[in-house]
Design a binder for this molecule. Structure first.
Ligand code: WTA
Length: 683
């Protein structure tokens, strides 16, 4: 941790331009607000709630909870009894205030030639059409609706339409495989799917409809029938990647090749445009209790089975809106650009809900950072004069590789706040982001949070917090941070331990869908009285928090959280595989990558073909991003006498470090040396 220690001494004061008009402009103000938010959450959040619409000004019981499993079941309630609707607060509220003509989103397609924009009023009328159509097909409050779409306007429309009628959205990232999509539809019991026919990601075509068809077939064999699939015909309206229909090199144009064919099952499939355009563009909202569910979003679980993290309407709304406003110091006139996919929590809270609740103008980007050139982000920033930008460390590291030139080609001087999220950011990447992208004048906000937390929980505030490269700095309003040692004793002052929170905040998850038991066990069992994040953290001498990463069996590949169990269970589905153990190995761009050890059944050979099969299995069970970088044949695995795989030893082998520590408790210590000797040539 030499780097982190030296970064501890580096402090960057808030840039003057940002501090000048900040919602929170000094550490004194931050401390005062934070103190109030912890001591009197009701006073703090009820002031904020007044900025939103609650039907008939209803305000129910503001705040009730039990965080201590030894005292009874865990529950968290904010404003129970008050009635609201998040779609109304995102759209109608602004339109009624005369801001209907403001741009909600500039859309940038995969190809830079594909661009358009949508205003708040237009978004509202499209949302109402879709909501009316869904109602006409029997979708009602509480029903789960799965969504599987690329980064297009219809994805935002879909989620808001579902929320408008009180149904519960279950968005599945468009990079997930049919298997993963099926798991998420089945667990949620969703009978309705909203998807698109396909999408270009750079030069790569993803056949979303085909994957969805396969998933629906699998669902059916597992007893869940998707009765309606509304399909956006997206492929017909976008430009195909230039390199594929370039005639300049003598090849004939291949455009016809891309008349994207999809199979159509008229019992289930309906065309989005035909279905919704004839519906009325007015649709009354369904008022919900603040504690009614808004959405579920699946995240990896250490047992391998993903958990449906459940968020409710009222508290999530307050928290997404407030974190957006303060963490990015959002002001009217800003143009905001978050590169995250809506299929992840970052997209839920900081592409859709946070910005729309604040009436913001955002860029919605379908493509990838390196297509058609490595300056794509910077080009977009120049085009729309983006002032607030939010991306992931893995993207920063990817782009850093191309040097400063691609950034310098564009005018990015409009930038004021630069956010990062998804994994710890290494100081080198932080400093490059600050110096090259921000020109030394922008505030860097390293936001730590989780699908479970709903919004930022540890983050600097751009106009107030002096930042240190690699530290997420201090808790957001309402968050009471604690570091605990293994025995559950609190670590005061400097030190490292389990990162836990002492009391609830409005945006935290309420349950695991259909499995409250699992919710309690995962987050509240280890340290009664605390919410356990699963991450470790260090507090330095100045009180700054440095999140060190997962301390459970999770790993973080390019900001995507995976569990080792999930990968292992995919690998053992390959017929020849007897046993598998997956560990994380540091990776210069992805942050971490997968290094897997596999034991084969008697008589099986570790051939190239088998390696390819294993990689494909992981891709098809989880998704392409989960493909292991390294696969090593393991004649045996290092196990304790009780049969537990000693992963810390495997992690050492994965990085070629012979410093194994104590291995005397292993049933057969010789296996360690054998594995070390036989590391694959590319490792
Ligand atoms: C990690 C993403 C360090 C962490 C919003 C967490 C981070 C997991 C940071 C949640 C950060 C996210 N610094 N680590 N700024 N942000 N993480 O649920 O391990 O996809 O527990 O939510 O990502 O991932 P999730």
């Amino acid at each position: 941790m030499a780097m982190a220690n030296s970064a501890e001494e580096l402090v960057f004061n808030p840039p003057e331009l940002v501090a000048k008009n900040a919602h929170c402009s000094s550490m004194e103000q931050y401390r005062e607000m934070h103190k109030e938010s912890i001591k009197d959450p009701e006073a703090f959040w009820s002031k904020i709630a007044k900025e939103f619409h609650f039907e008939n000004n209803s305000v129910g019981k503001f705040f009730e909870y039990n965080f201590d499993i030894t005292k009874g079941p865990i529950f968290i309630q904010w404003m129970k009894g008050s009635r609201t609707n998040i779609c109304y607060n995102c759209l109608d509220r602004h339109v009624l205030a005369g801001k209907g003509d403001a741009i909600a989103f500039y859309w940038e397609g995969n190809d830079p030639a594909d661009r358009n924009s949508v205003t708040y009023a237009e978004l509202l009328s499209e949302v109402c059409q879709v909501a009316n159509f869904l109602k006409s097909r029997g979708v009602a409050a509480g029903d789960r609706v799965a969504i599987y779409m690329p980064m297009i306007k219809e994805l935002v429309v879909a989620m808001l339409a579902v929320a408008r009628i009180g149904a519960v959205h279950n968005i599945v990232f468009g990079g997930y495989s049919a298997d993963s999509l099926c798991d998420r539809i089945v667990d949620a019991g969703a009978e309705v799917l909203l998807c698109a026919d396909g999408v270009w990601r750079g030069n790569k075509l993803v056949h979303l409809k085909e994957i969805a068809d396969e998933a629906m077939k699998m669902c059916s064999s597992r007893g869940v029938e998707v009765r309606l699939n509304v399909v956006v015909r997206h492929m017909t309206r976008v430009t195909h990647p230039a390199s594929l229909h370039d005639t300049s090199n003598g090849h004939p144009a291949k455009k016809t090749h891309f008349d994207h064919q999809v199979t159509w099952n008229s019992d289930v499939d309906v065309d989005w445009e035909t279905a919704t355009s004839s519906s009325s563009s007015e649709c009354p909202v369904v008022w919900l209790d603040s504690e009614d569910p808004l959405f579920m979003l699946y995240t990896s679980g250490s047992t391998g089975k993903p958990k449906g993290v459940l968020h409710t309407v009222g508290g999530y709304m307050l928290y997404a809106a407030t974190t957006f406003k303060y963490s990015f110091n959002y002001h009217p006139g800003d143009v905001y650009f978050c590169t995250a996919d809506i299929g992840w929590i970052t997209g839920h809270s900081y592409v859709t809900y946070g910005p729309l609740l604040n009436g913001a103008t955002s860029v919605l980007f379908e493509g990838v950072p390196t297509y058609p050139h490595t300056g794509r982000f910077w080009e977009i920033i120049e085009r729309y004069k983006v002032s607030k930008f939010y991306t992931a460390p893995t993207a920063i590291r990817t782009l850093m590789k191309y040097g400063d030139e691609p950034v310098k080609k564009f005018d990015v001087s409009s930038l004021r706040v630069l956010g990062t999220v998804g994994e710890p950011i290494n100081p080198e990447a932080w400093l490059w982001y600050h110096r090259v992208v921000g020109g030394g004048n922008a505030a860097i906000v390293d936001t730590f949070w989780q699908t479970e937390t709903g919004g930022h929980v540890i983050t600097p505030l751009p106009g107030a917090t002096p930042t240190k490269p690699g530290s997420a700095c201090f808790p957001f309003f309402g968050i009471s941070v604690c570091l605990l040692d293994e025995a559950g004793e609190e670590i005061e002052g400097e030190g490292e331990g389990y990162l836990v929170f002492r009391q609830p905040w409005p945006g935290m998850m309420r349950s695991v869908y259909n499995n409250h038991q699992r919710f309690q066990e995962t987050y509240f069992q280890k340290f009664p009285g605390f919410y356990t994040t699963g991450d470790g953290a260090r507090r330095d001498k100045d009180g700054y928090i440095w999140v060190t990463g997962r301390i459970d069996d999770m790993l973080n590949v390019s900001g995507h959280l995976l569990s080792t169990a999930q990968v292992e269970s995919a690998l053992v589905e390959v017929e020849q595989v007897a046993e598998a153990a997956a560990v994380a190995r540091p990776h210069p761009v992805k942050g971490e990558c997968l290094y897997c050890f596999v034991t084969l059944k008697q008589g099986e050979k570790f051939t190239e073909e088998l390696v390819a099969d294993m990689k494909n299995k992981v891709r098809s069970k989880i998704g392409p991003f989960a493909q292991p970088d390294y696969l090593q044949l393991a004649p045996g695995l290092p196990k304790t006498r009780s049969g537990k795989i000693m992963r810390r030893v495997l992690r050492k082998i994965a990085v070629g470090d012979r410093d194994f520590g104590d291995i005397t408790t292993l049933a057969d210590p010789t296996v360690v040396e054998l594995l070390f000797e036989n590391r694959p040539a590319n490792a």
